[in-house]
Design a protein around this ligand. Structure first.
Ligand code: RAM
Length: 362
């Protein structure tokens, strides 16, 4: 447990740096948590003072609202969160849109408010488009937890981040740099143009690329596959047509990297263009085994859902209010401390390659 705690402390420190660097980004902009409580108005006594000894309430209703319902990664996260709710006598469900466009989640939030859920957990498709309805939810004492992809800060009480955003962004560039010997044209294949998480990571990638050791690496394009399989496939094809001498692609989305691997794996670029990014071992296994992809990273999505579930329950039970420094227990994952701006960091990502990929099943 010592190691976990130390790793978490490191991660929290990195997150603080991340936000300092990313002030210009939507992910780290907006007003503080306190103003959310004021605007929420009705978060009441529980918001004013946390009771760390309060038991988790029985019968809580949690709703997971992913970026899109048919994304295998989001499914793993949400199913784990729903299962965790069963551990402490709550119920959970997943609802959401079939596309990850900016405003696609708004009508779902409105319905969840009408249903008087106790907490809404959202992986936001846009930091601002969901804000109005989420503030309405908080006003009605429905707790709001962003996970995976943040909203603006005053539109939720907590953000459960999978890992330090800075570490995710910088390490993807570091890994690709090593793989292509720090030379040549590179591109990014992202999710949607508005995705808070991908945009935050890309800002750190661009910042990392400013270091002298990357002077011979040139980022020629950021393409958007919208977390849609077919569009991501076509965008990869388009990148290769436009830049046949491309040396590497970073795809910081599980949908994007799997589609890009499928395109490259069946093309003459296999083994010539390095593909790195964020993927699930189960979707990427065959591309690692057939040498299309050497390595990629991810955190454990089940743990992300599990942590989000416990965090939402702790909020809804008055154990925490979302203020920096408050602590809560997340079942088998142990204790977590809320960092700056209501951010809770799960841990560190894992790098997967031929040697370890068979040890993972998600
Ligand atoms: C996709 C989504 C998600 C992101 C992962 C890595 O599934 O864009 O938000 O965290 O990739």
């Amino acid at each position: 447990m010592l190691i976990r705690t130390a790793a978490r402390r490191r991660a929290a420190a990195t997150a603080a740096t991340a936000c300092a660097l990313a002030v210009a980004l939507t992910a780290c902009s907006g007003t503080t948590k306190d103003s959310a409580v004021e605007e929420g108005g009705d978060t009441g006594a529980a918001a004013a003072s946390a009771n760390p000894d309060a038991p988790l309430k029985k019968g809580l209703k949690l709703a997971f609202l992913p970026k899109q319902i048919n994304n295998p990664y989001e499914k793993i996260v949400d199913e784990a969160g729903i299962k965790a709710a069963g551990e402490y006598g709550a119920t959970g469900k997943e609802v959401g849109p079939s596309d990850a466009s900016a405003s696609s989640q708004v009508s779902y939030i409105n319905t969840l408010i009408q249903q008087r859920q106790d907490a809404i957990l959202i992986a936001a498709n846009d930091p601002n488009a969901v804000c109005g309805p989420l503030k309405q939810a908080m006003k009605k004492n429905i707790k709001v937890v962003a996970y995976d992809s943040d909203t603006a800060k005053d539109c939720r009480q907590l953000f459960i981040n999978q890992a330090s955003s800075e570490q995710i962004g910088r390490s993807l560039v570091q890994h690709l740099g090593e793989q292509i010997d720090y030379k040549g044209k590179i591109a990014i294949l992202s999710a949607t143009q508005n995705a808070t998480n991908q945009n935050t990571w890309i800002a750190f990638m661009k910042d990392e690329l400013k270091l002298p050791k990357y002077k011979d690496m040139q980022l020629v394009k950021v393409a958007y596959g919208d977390d849609a399989d077919q569009k991501s496939f076509q965008q990869t094809q388009g990148l290769m047509q436009a830049y046949p001498d491309l040396k590497g692609i970073i795809s910081p989305t599980t949908v994007g990297i799997a589609a890009a691997a499928r395109y490259l794996g069946d093309s003459s670029y296999k083994g010539k263009v390095v593909l790195n990014g964020l993927g699930t071992p189960n979707q990427m296994r065959k591309y690692v085994k057939n040498d299309t992809v050497e390595q990629f990273s991810l955190w454990n999505p089940e743990e992300l859902g599990y942590l989000g579930s416990y965090a939402a329950a702790a909020l809804a039970s008055g154990q925490i209010t979302g203020a920096e420094g408050e602590k809560f227990k997340a079942g088998k994952l142990g204790e977590y401390t809320i960092g700056k701006d209501g951010e809770v960091i799960l841990g560190e990502p894992t790098v997967f390659d031929k040697k370890n990929i068979d040890k993972f099943d998600f």
